[in-house]
Design a protein around this ligand. Structure first.
Ligand SMILES: Nc1nc2c(ncn2[C@@H]2O[C@H](COP(=O)(O)OP(=O)(O)OP(=O)(O)O)[C@@H](O)[C@H]2O)c(=O)[nH]1
Ligand SMILES: [Mg+2]
Length: 305
């Protein structure tokens, strides 16, 4: 399951420009090879949990407990309904039931990848640091290659982790990000989106367009920029957010929304996968047919609607 996020960088003196994007990608072995240039992230097994709730982990666990402020009990709402991946008020009912019945399969053991990509200095690193470390550095230090953070959540009582990849926006480091998005063509501005979408199945991607540095723009300027950003998000089939790493505005809400939609999509996919092999399925025996197994419910589509 892939989730992508693209950012628009707000400036008070010019129209939003540049993009950075975040995507949650399912672990792909091929891609792991680029990590020769970066720190090795923890393997999935290193964050495995044994019970349904990490808050109840035994003291012997190697894992720290999920922070209280990373517990998600309600579906976070989109920034604007005009450009949202979906506008439901609550988690999908099948997801809620699966969580209540502890039938979320392997979702609690997975890490979803969030890849933040975009032009240099749009604020990718600061955004991640504000969320993960609650810090902000006004001095620009270009990211070299790729860096990462792992954030653990508990969604509807189920552990869920995001691996946040912070890529470099500078041209000279683009080759590393390009390992993810091979074959990219097009302008600087469209590079990230076009390339990323080309390399991945769009139906398995959650894409977010994020306007960074919201504090730099006046409310009047912002409302004009937002119209353009919403239009762009619609074109991209992305969910739009506007954030400020400096003030912290919307940063937590945004990452909670990313975690929640990724979690929901993962659980629905898991239910879809296991739909034809559930324990306790009804077994019907017909004298006139050789097809003796039937599930109690028809397979349902993996859809948030
Ligand atoms: N005013 C304001 N400045 C910000 C904000 N976020 C980042 N900045 C500043 O913008 C500059 C670049 O921020 P970074 O987060 O390092 O940018 P980046 O996208 O990671 O850049 P690369 O690593 O080169 O791709 C820094 O000087 C930050 O202090 C914000 O929300 N508001
Ligand atoms: Mg950076």
């Amino acid at each position: 399951m892939h989730v992508r996020i693209t950012y628009v960088n707000f400036r008070s003196d010019e129209e939003a420009h540049g993009t950075c994007s975040t995507e949650v990608l399912r672990r792909r072995d091929k891609r792991e090879k680029i990590r020769t240039a970066v720190k090795s992230p923890p393997k999935p097994s290193a964050i495995r949990t044994s019970g349904p709730s990490p808050l109840n982990l035994p003291t012997m666990s190697v894992l720290p407990p999920v922070r209280r402020d990373r517990v998600i009990a309600q579906l976070p709402q989109p920034f604007t309904k005009e450009a949202a991946l979906h506008t439901k008020n609550e988690f999908h009912s099948r997801v809620k039931t699966a969580c209540q019945e502890h039938k979320t399969g392997t979702v609690g053991f997975k890490i979803s990848k969030v890849i933040v990509v975009g032009d240099l200095a749009v604020g990718k690193t600061c955004l991640i640091n504000r969320f993960c470390k609650d810090t902000f550095d006004k001095n620009y230090k270009a990211t070299i290659g790729v860096d990462f953070e792992v954030e653990r959540f508990e969604v509807l009582g189920v552990p869920f982790s995001l691996q946040l990849w912070d890529t470099a926006g500078q041209e000279r480091f683009k080759c590393i990000a390009s390992t993810y998005y091979r074959g990219a063509q097009g302008s600087e501005r469209s590079f990230w989106l076009h390339d990323a979408m080309k390399e991945n199945d769009p139906s398995s991607v959650l894409l977010f367009l994020v306007g960074t540095k919201k504090d730099l723009i006046s409310p009047a300027q912002y409302s004009q920029v937002e119209q353009d950003a919403v239009r762009l998000a619609e074109e991209m089939k992305a969910e739009y957010w506007a954030v400020s790493a400096l003030s912290g505005e919307n940063v937590r809400e945004f990452f909670f929304r990313v975690a929640s939609l990724s979690f929901e999509t993962n659980v629905l996919a898991e239910l879809e996968k296991s739909g034809s092999r559930r324990v306790g399925d009804v077994v019907r025996i017909h004298s006139n047919t050789s097809n003796v197994y039937a599930t109690s419910k028809k397979k349902q589509s993996n859809c948030c609607k």
